[in-house]
Ligand binder design. Structure first.
Ligand code: NI
Length: 188
């Protein structure tokens, strides 16, 4: 089932997600619906807050992005990221590998048509629980690392506009404000 994607201005986007305990049938259904919604919207990531639920649940899928490479390794062995997509992450945590940071463009399904450059660690180690309740750990870089950091932010109530430098944020402010006004109208 397709879910409605929450836009900027809805307070749920500022809520920190609750940890997910057991993988109940309800959570499984929510995961399926979110994957369907993410794919339909041509997003490379979707967080629970973006469909109106403040949970530590997110997913990414970088399969079809050919111009922005991703890397992934498990226990030191390189794997093909596309074999793990869509990648479902519950209660994720990450740490930067080294000090290498990279600037790159980002968009967000909750901010239609808004794109801005953001600097983030280029390579990270990720730990999470998958859709079967199994602990997973992997290292990733490139677009995949960026996408996971963007989604992790959502789970804390942090938005990509918070990560932009002041110049970029000022430039985008009229568009961002317009989305907020539109959303608040909808919320009554
Ligand atoms: Ni986003």
């Amino acid at each position: 089932m397709l879910l409605d994607i929450v836009k900027y201005g809805d307070p749920v986007l500022r809520q920190k997600g609750e940890r997910v305990g057991e993988i109940t049938p309800k959570i499984k259904q929510l995961i399926d619906d979110m994957v369907e919604t993410m794919h339909e919207a041509h997003g490379i990531g979707l967080a629970a807050q973006q469909i109106g639920k403040a949970l530590q649940l997110t997913m990414v899928d970088v399969t079809d992005v050919e111009d922005r490479p991703s890397r992934m390794s498990i226990d030191g062995e390189a794997v093909k990221p596309e074999d793990y997509m869509p990648l479902i992450l519950l209660n994720p945590e990450w740490t930067a590998v080294g000090d290498n940071k990279e600037e790159g463009p980002e968009g967000c399904l909750s901010f239609p048509e808004v794109y801005g450059e953001i600097e983030r660690p280029e390579e990270i180690d990720v730990k999470a629980v998958d859709e079967n309740g199994e602990a997973v750990a992997f290292r990733c870089g490139g677009l995949l690392a960026r996408a996971i950091q963007h989604e992790w932010d959502h789970l804390q109530g942090i938005l990509f506009i918070d990560r932009m430098d002041a110049f970029v944020r000022t430039e985008l402010k009229p568009e961002v404000d317009a989305i907020q006004v539109e959303t608040r109208k909808g919320l009554g």
